[in-house]
Design a protein around this ligand. Structure first.
Ligand code: ADP
Length: 399
């Protein structure tokens, strides 16, 4: 079975074609500047060289058409014709309370996703447009929706209800949802497999530290809490997002700086986080370099960042009455040994001890905890596309 995985943004569309017999990535790529002058597609067949194809893509329909053409091209293609694509798996950001697992897409599912637009006005519309475009270009090919929120639907009510008037939940569904669910699920399953233990017997804290970042408490295979909430703004300090703060700051800054709700939203989502503190960059590589050269704000940004992750790990260990494993994943979690070390420093009272030599690892599955550390610390590269393809295969094979 060959599954085409689609992650559709407002002006970009990422894709991977995966052969599910052996989980090999046959080709991957990205369409950029959809709907804008100068659109192009970057396509990479297997381990082969990247090609850039410039062509107009006024809408996502032309983008999907271009993806199919690239996949079937006589030079850089990897399949003979479109009929070799057996299914499409779509990444969808928000499914509200409607779906707790991935689902086969039909009209009722699409209607449900349309109802969730209010909860994710920036993300769900392009995801739905991607689904529509695939229906047009590949009629009859079964499609599956895989949601960022689904894995966290197992959170108990005490973890997801905000202490606001209860009507805000009843009327508007204001509650904590959590995101990055596909990644937290993937790495917790991979960690259990690596340790040779059943996931149903493990307490795992998964730390997805990328541009966006979140921590999840995964108890016996189920998410019981996670740091992102109603939107991806809550929780950890991120590249450009503030994460947790006193909500009174919002109205204080609106008054002081004469900001509209859009203005303050922009400040919290785009100008805060490590970018805001460091005044330098949202990329941790730049910040780590500057800190090494003695830049005080860069060092402060790293300190605030790691302190917040440490606090979340501690609180989730309390929530689960212990932990067997801590997993680091995504850009920073997989690549930055110094961040992992700083987060796990002085946590030996909880049974967490990193081995500096083992920790000197980048982007591969490895144990980095010291011999005898009660809690295992693992680096597990995430692979959301593969998780989407696996869910797609499972759902369609069981149909
Ligand atoms: P996204 O959320 O966009 O998928 P990624 O998971 O790719 O993000 O993470 C991107 C972030 O990872 C970058 O902003 C960068 O700060 C960080 N990162 C990647 N490689 C390294 C590295 N070698 N050292 C430190 N940070 C890194």
């Amino acid at each position: 079975m060959k599954v085409l995985v689609i992650n559709c943004g407002s002006s970009s569309l990422k894709y991977q074609l995966i052969n599910m017999e052996n989980e090999e990535v046959l080709a991957k790529g990205i369409c950029e500047r959809i709907g804008i002058e100068g659109s192009f597609l970057k396509h990479q067949p297997g381990e082969g060289d990247k090609v850039t194809i410039e062509k107009p893509m006024p809408t996502h329909t032309e983008a999907i058409q271009s993806v199919v053409e690239a996949l079937t091209d006589s030079n850089h293609g990897v399949i003979k014709n479109m009929s070799e694509i057996n299914a499409v798996g779509h990444r969808v950001v928000h499914a509200g309370e409607k779906f707790a697992t991935s689902v086969v897409i039909n009209d009722a599912v699409e209607a449900a996703l349309n109802e969730c637009i209010e909860l994710a006005p920036l993300h769900n519309p392009p995801n739905i447009i991607g689904i529509e475009a695939c229906k047009k270009i590949m009629p009859g090919v079964p499609m599956v929706g895989v949601f960022d929120t689904a894995f966290h639907q197992t959170m108990p009510k005490e973890a997801y209800i905000y202490a606001l008037p209860y009507e805000t939940y009843e009327k508007y569904k204001v509650r904590r949802y959590g995101f990055h669910g596909t990644s937290h699920k993937f790495v917790s399953e991979a960690a259990a497999e690596f340790l040779g233990k059943p996931l149903s017997e493990l307490k795992i804290v998964t730390c997805h530290l990328g541009n966006g970042a979140s921590v999840a408490a995964v108890k016996n295979g189920k998410s019981i809490d996670t740091s992102m909430g109603f939107t991806p703004l809550e929780g950890l300090v991120m590249g450009t997002r503030s994460g947790d703060l006193d909500p009174a700051i919002v109205t204080f800054l609106q008054d002081k700086e004469n900001l509209t709700s859009e203005g303050v939203n922009n400040l919290l989502n785009k100008k805060s986080g490590v970018l805001g503190i460091s005044k330098l960059s949202s990329d941790f590589r730049d910040i780590e370099q500057a800190a090494e050269k003695g830049d005080k704000n860069a060092q402060l940004a790293l300190d605030v960042y790691t302190y917040r992750v440490k606090k979340y790990i501690g609180s989730y260990i309390a929530a689960m009455n212990g932990a067997d494993v801590i997993v680091f994943t995504a850009g920073l979690g997989e690549n930055s040994a110094s961040t992992r070390e700083a987060i796990c420093k002085d946590m030996d009272f909880l049974g967490i001890k990193i081995d500096p030599e083992r920790n000197n690892v980048r982007g591969k599955l490895a144990e980095v905890s010291a011999e005898g550390s009660k809690v295992k610390v693992l680096v597990v590269p995430t692979n959301e596309e593969l998780m989407i393809a696996r869910d797609t295969k499972t759902l369609l094979n069981n149909k």
